[in-house]
Design a protein around this ligand. Sequence first.
Ligand SMILES: *Cc1c(COP(=O)(O)O)cnc(C)c1O
Length: 382
Amino acid sequence: MGDPTGDAMRFETAAVHAGQDPEPVYGAVNVPIYQTATYAQDEVGTPKVWDYARGGNPTRAAFEAALAALEGGERCFAFASGMAAETTLLLTLRPGDHVLLADDVYGGTYRLLSKVLGPWGLAFDTCDMTDPRSVREALRAETRVVWVETPSNPLLKIVDLAAVAEVAYAGGAKVVVDNTFATPAAQRPLALGADVVVHSVTKYIGGHSDLIGGALVTSDADLVEPLGFLVNAVGAVPGPMDSYLALRGLKTLAMRMERHAASAGAIAAFLDDHPKVNQVYYPGLASHPGHDVAARQMSNFGGIVSFSVGSAEEAVEVAQRTELFFLAESLGGVESLIEVPGPMTHASVAGSPIEVPPELIRLSVGVEHPDDLIEDLRRALG
Ligand SMILES: *Cc1c(COP(=O)(O)O)cnc(C)c1O
């Protein structure tokens, strides 16, 4: 991505250079892990940059600068988890405000609204955002945020970001896009009209299943100041070690996403032809209902593939039989993972309007050789 004719660094270059000048004293090419809680001041009340590390840390700041550049946003704020980022963002709202969620939003986001911020005073509804008209119908006078996830988890539904942004603006609401599944290597929501991008850095950005982290990116002048205040006031910030690992992950994001997507495409095609598989959910398949929109707004179709088999029992058996695909929650790492959303990642939404089909299996396709992964699935499907 990036503008090949302009001055801006292209995506892969920004991933390695944005916010990452060599360290000034020794010239270390990696931003050091500034493992400190506080900073010495020369005079009372005149800190060099920060007075205390809840407010800021150079390792964290380097990660934030790099991710802001990759999303094409003015500012990035890093958090201790994706949920910490979401909570801090929603604390810019007031009791009585209304949030409209996509109907298969990440289960943790739904739980945050239904069990934590709902009782605290936020109102919310869900609607099918694959149809922008249903967003228009669900908007209320109090709707402040339209919360989109595309591709969604675990059904890989695709929402037309530009169309939903237009409807949300007409209704006076801001658009928040959870870009965890696509990453900025495949989709840049701010350029399509979103106000804020949310990430679980834990997933593709970290990329190695070795940290928990989150981030918000925005260019909205109304939000930069309140968010900066809340980062320090609420304090859900990441430590320097996790900030370092997140920055290290970011450097190889573009290459990893290309591999994840190429292998996911090959696996989706294999599953689509398999007699024991009922339905395959992958936006790269021409048969996927969101394929055309995805082809327009994404530069690749991502690394997550879901599929359904004959029954919930069979889904559990298949997921327990793979050897290369580890049976685990989470996604986005270099290693392939398999899970059954019903009893695992999506157990918290059982019985809710966003419950998932019990015979569904979700794959996070890693960077192993795709032929080995296909062999593993062929064996597990029997
Ligand atoms: C994992 C995830 C989150 C939550 O992030 P954590 O880092 O686990 O707190 C939010 N949205 C999506 C789409 C996710 O996959």
